[in-house]
Design a protein around this ligand. Structure first.
Ligand SMILES: Cc1cc2nc3c(=O)[nH]c(=O)nc-3n(C[C@H](O)[C@H](O)[C@H](O)COP(=O)(O)OP(=O)(O)OC[C@H]3O[C@@H](n4cnc5c(N)ncnc54)[C@H](O)[C@@H]3O)c2cc1C
Length: 453
């Protein structure tokens, strides 16, 4: 590790963020003649595409997260540092880590090359007051909190004598009709119709109402319209009502207010709301912009050049969800906020560093689009693979295979495969535990950290 003032024998690379982009950058550099310091505020890599399965009790948290130290234990030139990056000094080539486990204050680390891949978080469109009532499933803590809220809602409904109040406990609203919203809504439908069907005595969980609110005129807008329609039909079969063309205008813990494009408003009594709409870039983009003068867009993403570098800083690359790439003419290259983009950019950044060390000038980053997948539930998914449109069982099997393939670590792959196979046969969900305090659902809301199992 190259702390401030240390004389470094080899080229020092700092990678900030051990998500998809950062992880791939470090992996692709580990055989290179460089010393790498990987800094993340978490000690694990999280497979975000499956976080919603933790939120719905299908998988346990350890099955989709891998400790970063474990991943790089055999790579002597990779140093993992647990800490939160709070600033950059691009002129002095230093990264400031403000929060570390020893609480000893901020420390600076020097680099020769810097790769920043801080990702993104959900944006509440200027309504941060909704956050405690509508948690998201971006983090493991968020997913465990959502799992508690979903399962506790059925428990509350079971002994609620008043019909209206019971209905509010059995109404779930998912905000955002992208892949995560669709997957969440579909999973809640399966829990209600399938998993919990025989578990309760007073309530019929099949009467659960699930609303999927989407502002646009169809769900899964990044997919061809035909696949959006099929996904909507599959959701309806699971008891989900897609409310397209609707805007959420209020959330207060007891109800959600929505307005349709026609101006009609409705207040839906609902005790459980899950947020899956709109993303905003990591604050690291703002820190880099302040240092380099690079622009930020409305989603807080920093503008980078065709080779992912910051203006005037060929030694600094930013990538993944937190960036907007420009081509050589200054035009924005439209790229989706997906794991494959971050992974390919991570590999590209590693190659660019190796090229520069050999005196070569790296070319521009080019994204190879391998397709788009979204699952809705058991045997239900949609896939758009280079113009080949799949739905139903084939798309679902493709989805399963792709996610198992990209999941980190053989052990996790095996566990997830076995768990999915077992759930498929038994219709059960192994991780259906309520942790924390079920009687106080307001606790553990955004800003607080619920217990992690
Ligand atoms: C619920 C959900 C479902 C998704 N499903 C899919 C899917 O099915 N398919 C798909 O392709 N994509 C999916 N995505 C998108 C995909 O996960 C992202 O595009 C991808 O993770 C972006 O990679 P990244 O490296 O930019 O950021 P991330 O993978 O988010 O990694 C960012 C890392 O930076 C660290 N970090 C952030 N700030 C700091 C700091 N200040 N100091 C230190 N460390 C910091 C974080 O702890 C994190 O480890 C999904 C995303 C979510 C949230």
């Amino acid at each position: 590790m190259a702390a401030s003032g240390t004389v470094a024998a080899r080229h020092r690379v700092i990678v900030v963020g051990g998500g998809f982009g950062g992880l791939l950058a470090v992996r692709a550099l580990r055989r290179a003649p460089v010393d790498i310091t990987l800094i993340d505020r978490r000690n694990f890599h999280l497979f975000e595409p499956l976080v919603y399965q933790v939120a719905t009790g299908a998988l346990a948290s350890g099955e989709i997260a891998s400790p970063l130290r474990g991943i790089f234990k055999r790579d002597r030139n990779v140093h993992v540092l647990l800490g939160e990056v709070t600033g950059f000094d691009l002129a002095g080539r230093r990264v400031t880590v403000g929060s570390m486990p020893d609480d000893e204050g901020a420390r600076d680390f020097e680099y020769d090359s810097l790769v920043v891949a801080g990702g993104s978080s959900y944006s509440y469109f200027g309504h941060d007051e909704w956050r405690p009532f509508a948690p998201d499933v971006k983090t493991l803590e968020g997913a465990l909190y959502v799992r508690r809220r979903i399962l506790a809602a059925f428990e509350a409904a079971e002994y609620e004598p008043d019909a209206e109040r019971r209905a509010a406990w059995l109404t779930f609203v998912v905000v955002g009709g992208g892949p995560t919203g669709v997957e969440m809504a579909g999973q809640i439908g399966e829990i209600a119709r399938d998993t919990l069907r025989r578990d309760f005595r007073s309530i019929d969980t099949r009467s659960t109402r699930i609303l999927l609110v989407e502002l646009g005129d169809r769900i899964l807008q990044d997919f061809p319209p035909r696949l959006s329609e099929r996904a909507a039909r599959s959701l309806e079969q699971l008891g989900v009502t897609p409310l397209t063309g609707h805007r959420v205008v209020g959330i207060d813990g007891h109800s959600v207010s929505v307005t349709a494009g026609t101006g009609e408003s409705e207040v839906v009594p609902a005790r459980t709301v899950i947020w899956a709409a709109g993303v905003v870039a990591s604050e690291l983009a703002r820190f880099l912009a302040a240092e380099s003068g690079a622009e930020l867009d409305r989603a807080g993403r920093i503008s980078v050049g065709p080779d992912l570098t910051l203006p005037g800083h060929p030694e600094v690359m930013a990538l993944g969800d937190m960036v907007r790439v420009h081509d050589a003419n200054g035009n924005v290259v439209p790229l989706p906020g997906l794991a494959p983009v971050a992974m390919q950019q991570g590999r590209f950044a590693a190659r660019a560093i190796r090229d520069r060390l050999r005196g070569r000038v790296p070319g521009p980053f080019r994204y190879r689009d391998k397709g788009n997948l979204a699952t809705i539930g058991r045997r239900r998914a949609v896939a758009d693979i280079k113009g080949l449109h799949l739905s139903g069982l084939l798309a679902w099997l493709t989805w399963l295979f792709v996610h198992l393939f990209y999941l980190n670590g053989l052990q996790n792959r095996l566990f997830v495969f076995m768990r999915w196979t077992f759930s498929f046969v038994t219709h059960g969900r192994g991780a259906r535990l309520i942790t924390g305090t079920p009687g106080r659902p307001e606790h553990g809301s955004a800003g607080q950290t619920p217990r992690v199992d």
